[in-house]
Design a protein around this ligand. Sequence first.
Ligand code: CA
Length: 686
Amino acid sequence: MNKGIFIILIGLIAFACTSAKKEKIVTEEDLLHAAGNPGEWLTYGANYSETRFSKLNQVNDQNAKDLGLAWYFDMDAVRGVEATPLVSNGIMYVTGPWSILYALDARTGEKLWEYDPKVPKEYAEKACCDVVNRGAALYQGKVFVASLDGRLVAIDAKTGKKVWETLTVDQSIPYTITGAPRVIKGNVIIGNGGAEYGVRGYISAYDAETGKQVWRFYSVPGNPDLPFESKAMEEASKTWTGNYWEAGGGGTMWDAMAYDPELNLVYVGTGNGSPWSRKHRSPDGGDNLYLSSIVALNPDNGEYVWHYQTTPGDNWDYTATQHLILADLEINGNKRKVIMQAPKNGFFYVIDRTNGEFISGEPFVPINWASHIEYATGRPVENPSAAYNDIPYEAVPGPHGAHNWHPMAFNPQTGLVYIPAQNMSFFMSHDPKYKFNDPSETMVIAAGNWNTGVMMVGGKREYPSFGKLLAWDPVKQKKVWEVEHFAPANGGVLTTAGNLVFQGTSDGRFVAYNAKNGEKLWESPTGTGVIAAPITYELEGIQYISIAVGWGGSAGLTNSFSETQTTGKVYTFKLDGKESMPEFPEKVQNPKLSGVSYQIESQEDVMLGAKFYLNYCYICHGNPGERPGGVIPNLGYSRTEVIQNLEAYVLNRALANKGMPDFTGRLTTEDVDKIKAFIQISVDSN
Ligand code: CA
């Protein structure tokens, strides 16, 4: 070989090597065409239409039975894991509890770096539903993660070092962020939560390069004595009565977003009213715009374009923050550009996404708050007794929703939407003594003084709880198949061109189904309950399926392995994967709690214990002794010594490092004894 050619060849090889190593960064074009690049998972919902559908089909209905573990990563976390991982450039970016971001080698699971925003532990008390985080966003060499305490952080995707950080909330007000940001037209968009505590919802856009705020859209009006931020707020204020702004109003946009680049619209789901009880919130009625709505905004300036309200005058914590999916469907012979949602209120909606026109809406599970939607107006027809007032009402769905944040998926090949559906009824009653931010006058729910104006009451349930994977035909508004799960609060969904649907379950399994008929094709144990949604990607010709696991959050009943729980993990599977699963602790099948001693005077003290338990413990720890399975311990499955020493945890902060709230000032030693009595008696009577 001629020496000159040899040198040129060496040069070319060297060039090829450097260019292969050159970091590929996620550009606006990449995000716009994410659906055409199934080898990566670049944004929360897989693409701007948020379909969570992948064109990969190496793993399919014929060979899914051969899936095996490729690798796993241990987050070493014992709180809820809700994240959808992202994959780009051979790196997986996944978030765990406390908004911690991990970068992993997507081939091996090896940790490359970790970024901990160091959220103060006392923020656990400001979070309605655990210290969770649903994921990150990628753009121009940066990873964006929003921390529980309201900061938006840009991190160098390669090194894990912080580039900028912007505070997006007033930290003196109980705002929290659990959602995944999206990057649209060079801006990072993020909302927040806190409608259980009395905040005013908004969503903001920040320049991805600098972190500077570009726009902000409020979902509900503020004090009408001050100038309205926009025409939309002026219009909205006409649908509220009383001093609504004092308790914030709610409408927090804490999860769903979607984007249509052709229409230049970003769609956002808005949350429930704050307080929940509309009698307190807006005493003379009104729809209370833009609560529980799908709102279309101009992504350039955040200006309102249209809205569709799913629950006018929301009274039941029926958020419409649930997953939004864009699709083009043929309806009555016409191609329609639609947006689909299965919000908490139990109706499946198909809305024209160009203008917000109602196309169809039918209940996807049994509901009792409304009889139907009037098609001429697009308004639900409320059941009069569902207004609850002073008579407790068993609301179905309850505030956990017929479908919560757990992402659904749309498969264009089957034409079906796969919904992690559920029902958990909830007795609601208007609290006549409610005053905003005055826990001495109101019944508070859970750790952090929920400002709901609603009393949580017991009663004999008419409606049994359930969890299901539902395959829904959005054109016919009809169920095609369903799989019944062990309990509510199951994981989000992935669907693929391999005719597959993947979902994790609250009882600790990861399952593949035939997308057409729901036949179970494969499952793997996960050691803990699953609430997050799976993803898929491809590297060097191999298709991988990944799922982050770790049960927690507010799911109404706690599936707990209790003292023998396993930690949150990311599992990645491939065909013929040979890696061994980690050892799982033995599942506790029955509550073992026995012989807890307590001092009570009478049966009334047990009732008081039950009341305290419902208000302070239930939301996180569930019914004592009911249904084993997940991460935050069900107290009925605790070791006897733990409940015997309950005061140490409740009043003396023995678990403060894990985010267990301090109840000093709200409960006394005597109250804790009554709670102990209630827990032991509940377990004994189960
Ligand atoms: Ca809520």
